[in-house]
Design a protein. Sequence first.
Length: 255
Amino acid sequence: MKALTIAKYTFIEVLKSRIMYLSLFLGALVFVLSFVAREFTYGVPDRVTLDVGLGLISLTGAGLGVFFGINIVSKEIENRTLYMVLSRPVGRKSYFLGRVVGMSYVLILNMMIISAFTLLGYVTLKSNAFDSLIYWVIINSLIESLIILVVAVLFSLVTNMTMSAVYSIIVYVIGYSLGESMKLQYVENHPGLGVIINVANTVFPNFNRLNLKEYVLYNSGLDSIYLSMNVLYGLGYFVAILLLGLFVFNKKELV
């Protein structure tokens, strides 16, 4: 119950900041680009709009995930406001989970704003049936951003804010690179290297698995079982890193 209260105040606190204006600006930009695409592209303006919009959703989610993640706990430790909170009858577990959940709400809200503008621009230009797979792409992008959020939180507990951001970006790049590396001819010719990459794919988040944008752009269908398993994979990884972060926070010496 205390965790939900902290989540509520975290959500309200961030809503008062100017970060929400960024999402409104980016969303409006995508919507305007949808009409620009109509004038400068021939035959597939809706696809261009969707490509730009979905790409922006993913990149914005990752960027906000890193920004929120490195500030959730470390900023309060530096400002020493965390000590006042924990001096009250609030346990570390409630505080940590409340802060992460509150920031997750804000992150989801920001991404939904951009997604709404993207879909509005796409529907405006779309002449035939709407592809429901787009919803799955957005859901997976949300999960991807939540994973980046908790990864950034985890790093912020063991190093400073700058290095936390750097390490989080590295994880993001690795998460996309490992899957593509398996397709290289050099890796196929060296099975040992393939084994190492597969092990790394287990440790690092496989963001290629969550990236379904190409399937939408080229009208490639996916069955519901595959889509559901992807969501479960992403949520499972999110929970695992969240619990690891909670463990580290409980053991962290606050001085």
